[in-house]
Design a protein around this ligand. Structure first.
Ligand code: GUN
Length: 283
């Protein structure tokens, strides 16, 4: 079975559009891009188009590559206080002279709809539900739930330990909460015998950023395989999974493109809507 993230994302868009349509003043997302990284421009265009589709206003701030860090921090602080702005997204990577940690820490955690701020990452670990869960981990959980793939009691193996995918995804899926309760193993570049571990996975999630890293002999027969990788290679997008060979062995697999990517974008919209609802609730 192919897990069609693109189709599931479309359902989420439709639901959000319905919820937002009656509002006099729809939610607003500030989108900051520093420089002209072509991949970042593509991602930003996708996110802004998705906002437009569901009726979220996006406020685009395109700054030159030479922007001093101080100026970016000032923009973030101004947006933190801007009542029109429910969410702030700073597209990564940033130019080398800007420390992304300083920028992420300058965000108001209540507007950090990417879920990158340490306060929001900490809330995922603590199991607190009043933060923002990073969009890719949340999108993977939703995709599994949509296809009734229950991870409770199952062995989920995550390849990759990034702060925005691997680590929060491990924390999320091991929680004692609906759609979670997995037994999670995280493997990474210093893990010995990676294959021995990935072959034990009931659900294998690849988030290493190395094209076709997961080969068929690393996957158990009948496993579910989720591919987070998106690498541009000779004009196409290539995932972290050797799809052609792995597909034959597994019960379900996500394609690249059209799998996890659209779910990430849908969760960005959902988090922006959540932020709006939180700031407009009377309690
Ligand atoms: N760069 C790569 N992925 C992402 C993402 O999900 N959000 C932001 N802000 N930057 C990214």
């Amino acid at each position: 079975m192919i897990l069609q993230g693109k189709e599931v994302a479309k359902h989420i868009h439709t639901e959000l559009k319905e919820a937002i349509r009656p509002l006099k003043k729809p939610p607003g997302l500030a989108v900051i891009l520093v420089g002209d990284n072509p991949s970042s421009q593509t991602y930003i265009n996708m996110k802004r188009r998705a906002c437009e589709k569901v009726g979220i206003r996006s406020f685009f701030h395109h700054l030159p590559d030479s922007t001093p860090e101080k100026e970016l921090l000032e923009l973030v602080k101004a947006l933190n206080f801007d009542a029109e702005v429910d969410g702030i997204l700073v597209q990564l990577p940033l130019p080398d002279h800007i420390d992304p940690v300083n920028v992420i820490e300058a965000l108001d955690p209540k507007k950090d709809v990417d879920g990158f701020h340490p306060v929001n990452l900490g809330k995922v670990i603590a199991g607190l539900e009043d933060g923002f869960i990073p969009c890719t981990p949340l999108g993977i959980k939703k995709l599994l739930e949509h296809y009734s793939i229950d991870v409770a009691g199952k062995h989920v193996v995550i390849a990759g330990r990034s702060a925005i995918v691997g680590k929060p995804l491990a924390a999320l899926l091991m929680q004692n909460a609906p759609g979670c309760n997995a037994t999670v193993t995280v493997v990474h570049s210093r893990t010995q015998n990676i294959k021995e571990l990935t072959r034990q996975a009931d659900v294998l999630i690849a988030a290493v950023g190395i094209p076709k890293f997961i080969k068929a002999d690393m996957v158990k027969e009948g496993a579910v395989v989720i591919d987070v990788g998106i690498t541009r290679k000779e004009g196409h997008l290539v995932g972290d999974v050797d799809f052609e060979n792995v597909e034959k062995k597994c019960k379900a697999i996500t394609p690249v493109p059209g799998g996890v990517g659209p779910m990430t974008v849908a969760m960005l919209l959902q988090n922006t809507w959540l932020s709006y609802q939180r700031s407009h609730s009377s309690s």
